[in-house]
Design a protein around this ligand. Structure first.
Ligand SMILES: C[S@@+](CC[C@H](N)C(=O)[O-])C[C@H]1O[C@@H](n2cnc3c(N)ncnc32)[C@H](O)[C@@H]1O
Length: 209
């Protein structure tokens, strides 16, 4: 397990990274990639959308272009403070300080559940993916963006030491173990030299016939 796949360490990390996050982020995860991922989803203007690990609200901002019923959750107060500066603490986004592994929402609550760039810090990604499934309505869409596993063995060693990087096979395993039956992955990249993201869209199983 990587050094940052620990909630306390990730919180400490973001206490400092939050200061520069919005300036560094575009090198890895930029507006074009975010908007491309948003377009993979079918979001209606009345849909209730949850952004898990919303951070400073980078994806939240994009999601707001589709619906005004956006909820953001993050475990870092410092990241959320940055988001409050953009959207207000009690403005149109409903923010929650909380943990992806124990979402403070009822079952079958959301039309869309989104999480970009956060899974790599979750110590128990399958537990959190189960939570994303639990709070999504039957048949709803869940989108998760995480870091794709590097090809070179040198980078693989470094990546494994830091946080979760995963390939399509591992994504299949995690989503299946979390109870998803239908899902697919797309690789996204800011430029040919930058790290790749693996973007998964899954559907919450609908038990009704
Ligand atoms: C790389 S930032 C991504 C922010 C935003 N989603 C984006 O697209 O730019 C990762 C965020 O995940 C949050 N995070 C990490 N572990 C978490 C957990 N267990 N529960 C909730 N948020 C978590 C961090 O605090 C951080 O704000």
């Amino acid at each position: 397990m990587g050094i940052l796949e620990n909630k306390q360490r990730a919180r400490l990390f973001y206490r400092y990274l939050s200061k520069v996050y919005d300036r560094i982020n575009p090198f890895i995860w930029n507006e074009e990639m975010r908007d491309e991922a948003i377009e993979m989803l079918d979001i209606g203007t009345e849909d209730e959308v949850l952004d898990v690990g919303c951070g400073t609200g980078f994806a939240t901002e994009g999601l707001l272009q589709k619906s005004e019923h956006i909820y953001g959750l993050d475990q870092s107060r410092h990241q959320l403070d940055k988001a409050f500066k953009k959207f207000g603490k009690h403005g149109k986004v409903q923010f929650h300080l909380g943990d992806a592994e124990r979402l403070p929402f009822a079952d079958d609550r959301f039309d869309v559940v989104w999480s970009s760039g956060s899974i790599e810090y979750w110590p128990n990604p399958v537990t959190a993916l189960r939570e994303l499934r639990r709070v999504g309505k039957p048949g709803s869409q869940v989108l998760v963006v995480g870091p794709d596993y590097p090809n070179s063995t040198v980078f693989q060693k470094a990546a494994d030491a830091i946080m979760l990087f995963y390939d399509k096979n591992e994504a299949d395993r995690m989503f299946r173990e979390a109870g998803f039956e239908e899902f697919g992955h797309t690789i996204q990249q800011a430029s040919s030299n930058s790290p790749r993201a693996i973007t998964t869209i899954a559907h919450v199983p609908d038990p009704s016939p």
